[in-house]
Design a protein. Structure first.
Length: 225
């Protein structure tokens, strides 16, 4: 989800959908309400109904929510900082919709993952989104070496994200683990005036002053020449 300062990135089709939608499954009700208010579509927030859909939501929870929603209603799904179902909650609701024969419509919007590919300097013919790496340091380094091997062997860009308060630790692990000839692209707060988008080889990152990525939404990508 984009904040109030980046609503210019929201396509008209999304604004129109909000005008026509009264029920939402959202990751965080407070920020979802604030986001819709920031779009200034004219919808009265108190006329809308929100249900929490996060990583703890079960199918039983969804069934309970459905009982409170009139038949044939349109239900919107909002992620907190991304696209629903892409390394974010939402897939359980989409699967439930398919199982019940409901129409599922994706709304085009901003994707930090695609933005990272677009701004990396790699062709983007082949890339893999690996989501979150393991938290444990040794396991994380093993994963980095595995994906480095894929990047070299298959000429395939490998894309990762991390919980923002662990960004700096992941960056340091990448610099101590990956081959110096591997490219590392960092795309941070890409819709903000404070954005940082930079691609260079690991050996060059080691010589540079490292950015402070603490609590800043970031997409990391590695690829080879």
């Amino acid at each position: 989800m984009l904040d109030a300062q980046t609503t210019d990135f929201i396509p008209q089709v999304v604004r129109q959908a909000i005008l026509e939608t009264d029920f939402y499954w959202v990751e965080n009700i407070r920020t979802a309400r604030r986001f819709i208010s920031a779009l200034k579509t004219g919808r009265k927030i108190d006329d809308l109904t929100f249900f929490v859909l996060d990583k703890r939501t079960s199918v039983q929870d969804l069934k309970k929510y459905i009982q409170e929603i009139p038949p044939n209603s349109t239900i919107g799904i909002m992620s907190e900082a991304g696209c629903p179902s892409v390394a974010d909650p939402g897939s359980i609701a989409v699967r439930y919709a398919h199982q019940n024969g409901w129409e599922v419509v994706p709304l085009a919007g901003f994707s930090s993952i695609l933005a990272a590919v677009m701004t990396s300097g790699m062709m983007g013919q082949s890339f893999a989104f690996q989501g979150y790496l393991p938290i444990a340091k040794n396991d994380r380094k093993k994963s980095l070496k595995k994906f480095e091997k894929q990047a070299f062997a298959q000429k395939q860009m490998q894309i990762f994200i991390e919980t923002p308060y662990r960004n700096n630790a992941l960056l340091k692990d990448m610099l101590t683990t990956l081959n110096g000839e591997m490219w590392l692209s960092i795309a941070t707060e890409v819709t903000s005036d404070n954005r940082l988008i930079r691609s260079q080889k690991i050996r060059d990152w080691k010589q540079a002053e490292l950015p402070d990525l603490h609590k800043r939404p970031t997409v990391f990508s590695i690829f080879s020449d």
